[in-house]
Design a protein. Structure first.
Lengths: 296, 191
């Protein structure tokens, strides 16, 4: 592993050099433009723009090289690293959960632009799971005197998880830090007996008794703990035989960064992000067999 | 004279307005209490359903154990006073007592399983064991829901000024379903 980290650190240097150089040359171009404008008043001089253009090209080359390096790192390093830490797990860096799966949460709004990657799936302690990074953006249109401008604003950047849920119950249940269910089902707000839990989360269910059945005091405590351990807005949706968890933390997981060394600390961070799956399964007791349906 | 009558008119209107507000508030509070009471009753029937399910599962388990331990099964059957489930006029106290009896039966079955380990190999028995565990969870949920609804209505009944309306319609504080599941290892059975 250390050899691979060193290799990628060396390969990264070239990209970082290009990006830094490109940025510097671009900055020089700007300074040149401002200097020429203030001294000669000539804003049509081509030279500063050529310098800026050159800087942009060099920077873009560096960025492009780095993007390819990121993909290579995921394929050559992370795949084996994840398999080593969670045997049997499948990692597909360029795939993600399908749009349909993400909207099965029934609390994430349909996006105008959808992107998912870093798909992890497999089975852990007889619990099937899948997770990926998800980015959801909505389209905005701005009318100005110069015309119409269309732009996209992200409203969810984080991870979505899908687990099989072992406790059969009637209806649908959602536990949300913010927002409300987005479905045609007859969700009603439920107040549980824990004041702290009700302050932190909003619980909605189509069957009040099912809410109390699923959200035992232990599970409520577990959800509280998971929320503390995973910064960001968390939402849980118990629907059918699945449990969906979404964490909106504005993070793109499993990415190496420019100007940041790939070292043990970074790999430990990747491992922590991977082990979140195991943490969910253990903390929420998804691996308990007591209530499994007879056909399991 | 006209001024006096206008002033009187305004005063009367204000008084009528205040009285109307009080009436609306009274009706609103009364409806709120009735609705909360309905929720408590609904939750109590949820407890009945859960108790009945548990009773049915335990009865089936006892039937299964008869093939292995006839004497013990018959002894356990006598623990429960209602052989055909909860009667319609049962009070909350009666239901708590019924739950306590079923807990004793469940503990007794555990003792039988320890005495006759062959039972653990019986597929039907194992399925029933999972089903009983499930009914226990449902019962806990029903109890918690009932108690949460009781807390809500009792809070309104004792809080001023809603307490005035509660007293006027003779609504009293509701009791909690307080039966605690006895820990199985605490109950001793000697067959």
């Amino acid at each position: 592993m250390q050899e691979k980290m060193d290799l990628f650190n060396n390969l990264k240097k070239k990209s970082e050099l290009f990006v830094a150089l490109g940025g510097l040359v671009f900055a020089i171009g700007i300074v040149l433009f401002l200097a020429l404008q203030s001294t000669t008043g000539d804003s049509n001089n081509v030279i500063p723009f050529l310098v800026m253009g050159a800087g942009a090209i060099v920077g873009a080359v560096g960025g492009g090289t780095f993007a390819k390096l990121k993909s290579r790192f995921k394929t050559e390093v992370l795949t084996a690293f994840f398999e080593e830490n969670l045997p049997g797990i499948q990692y597909h860096p360029f795939s993600g959960l399908m749009e349909l799966d993400v909207y099965q949460t029934e609390f994430l709004k349909r996006a105008d632009r959808f992107h998912s990657e870093d798909l992890l799936q497999g089975q852990l302690e007889e619990v099937d799971f899948a997770s990926s990074d998800v980015r959801l953006e909505e389209r905005h249109v701005q009318h100005t005197k110069n015309g119409t401008r269309v732009y996209y604003v992200p409203y969810f950047v984080g991870r979505v998880f899908m687990f099989t849920f072992n406790k059969p119950f009637e209806g649908h249940l959602q536990v949300l830090e913010s927002g409300s269910p987005l479905s045609g089902r007859n969700f009603k707000k439920v107040e549980l007996e824990s004041i702290d839990f009700n302050k932190k989360f909003r619980t909605f269910s189509t069957n009040e008794l099912s809410a109390f059945y699923v959200l035992t005091p232990d599970i409520m405590e577990a959800i509280n703990e998971l929320e503390k351990r995973n910064p960001g807005r968390i939402g849980l949706s118990f629907t059918g035989k699945n449990l969906y968890i979404a964490i909106n933390n504005n993070r793109d997981t499993f990415e190496i960064q420019l100007f940041r060394r790939i070292d043990k600390q970074m790999m430990d961070g990747f491992k922590r992000d991977l082990m979140v799956i195991k943490d969910f399964i253990h903390t929420l007791k998804l691996n308990t067999k007591v209530f499994q349906t007879p056909d399991k | 004279m006209i001024t006096l009558m206008t002033n009187l008119g305004i005063t009367l209107l204000v008084i009528a307005g205040v009285l109307l507000l009080i009436v609306f508030w009274y009706i609103g509070t009364m409806n709120q209490l009735r609705q909360l009471e309905l929720k408590v009753n609904e939750a109590e029937s949820g407890i009945d359903v859960a108790l009945t399910k548990r009773f049915d599962m335990l009865t089936k388990m006892l039937e299964t154990t008869k093939g292995y331990a006839k004497h013990e099964s018959e002894t356990l059957e006598k623990v429960v006073k209602w052989r055909s489930g909860i009667p319609q006029n049962a009070t909350l106290k009666d239901k708590e007592e019924f739950l306590g009896q079923m807990n004793q039966v469940a503990s007794g079955i555990d003792v039988v399983v320890e005495k006759y380990p062959d039972l653990k190999a019986n597929t039907v028995f194992l399925e029933l064991q999972a089903a009983v565990a499930n009914t226990e969870e449902h019962l806990q949920a029903a109890r918690r829901l009932y108690n949460a609804n009781v807390t809500r209505i009792n809070h309104v009944i004792v809080t001023f000024p809603q307490s005035i309306v509660a007293n006027a319609i003779h609504m009293e504080k509701k009791p909690y379903f307080e039966a605690e599941e006895k820990k199985r290892q605490d109950v001793e059975f000697k067959f």
